[in-house]
Design a protein around this ligand. Structure first.
Ligand code: ADP
Ligand code: MG
Length: 263
């Protein structure tokens, strides 16, 4: 396979990624040899018990953090080969990020918030495209509003518009519906789903909610820094059942450790 084919097969790919925090006696292995690829136009949910490495995984995959070892290829580029300036540029041009806490700029209007990443990337925002993206998320009437004048769900839709405006290679989301009520969460998830169906957007979303995960094509399960399971065309019930199994397995292995330590 030539280089071009290799780069187009995955929107983002991780190869044997380890991430170790701390030094000497106090190290935590957050990622323990993760190898996974996400195809262009796929929508994947990442689930796992608390502390299993979900956020660390997302940050490494998005170039927000560097792995201790292993490779991350985003849009075919090996992130380890980029210096900080190049990495910042790549993040601005190819990565969209949606956080649980929205992270909008309070002093800026909806339109200005959505334009900000493009401006930071030194691109001249296409007003027509910005307008179109804002209308797509249903906020055409709110273009001059500031975040404080919007509900939580509306603010998250601004954050999604901001992420989509750059046409990122991958949109990463860390618990995007974690701060929203059920109805509003469903609106936000439908919006993400539509961007996959309409634009072939690639999405990787961390969530602890089986209903949110069921909007994805595939759910992958992390435990102790490793991918241990996956589920295609997930239903909320199937996801919940796998999660219960995973959490009780994690509890059992912790009990084994404490038993070993006791003898
Ligand atoms: P999750 O998002 O699944 O809850 P995280 O990726 O946040 O898991 O954390 C995975 C593990 O790494 C946990 O044991 C956590 O305590 C540890 N960890 C995360 N970030 C740091 C950090 N900056 N320094 C030290 N340990 C960290
Ligand atoms: Mg987390």
């Amino acid at each position: 396979m030539d280089r071009e084919q290799a780069s187009s097969q995955w929107a983002v790919r991780l190869e044997n990624v380890h991430k170790v925090y701390g030094a000497a006696s106090t190290t935590t292995t957050a990622l323990d040899g993760v190898s996974v690829g996400f195809a262009p136009g796929s929508f994947t949910a990442v689930m796992g018990p608390s502390g299993s490495g979900k956020s660390t995984f997302l940050h490494c995959a998005a170039g927000l953090d560097r792995p201790t070892s292993g490779k991350v290829l985003l849009g075919g580029r090996d992130l380890a080969e980029l210096d900080e300036t190049q990495l910042t540029k790549l993040r601005r041009e190819q990565v969209g990020f949606v956080f649980q806490a929205f992270n909008l700029m309070p002093a800026l209007t909806v339109e200005q918030n959505v334009m900000l990443p493009l401006k930071l990337a030194g691109r001249k925002p296409d007003r027509h495209r910005i307008r179109e993206v804002i209308e797509r998320v249903g906020l055409g009437e709110r273009i001059r509003h500031r975040p404080s004048q919007l509900s939580g769900g509306q603010q998250q839709r601004v954050a999604i518009a901001r992420a989509l405006a750059v046409r990122p290679t991958v949109l990463f989301a860390d618990e995007p519906t974690g701060a929203l009520d059920t109805t509003t969460a469903a609106e936000v998830l439908t919006l993400l789903r539509e961007s996959v169906a309409t634009d072939g957007q690639t999405i990787v979303m961390v969530t602890h909610d089986p209903v949110a995960a069921s909007y994805a094509d595939t759910v992958v399960f992390l435990a102790d820094g490793r991918f241990v399971d996956q589920l295609h065309t997930p239903t909320p019930d199937a996801v919940a059942e796998r999660m219960t199994r995973l959490v009780s397995r994690a509890r059992d292995s912790r009990r084994d450790v404490s038993l070993r330590e006791a003898v």
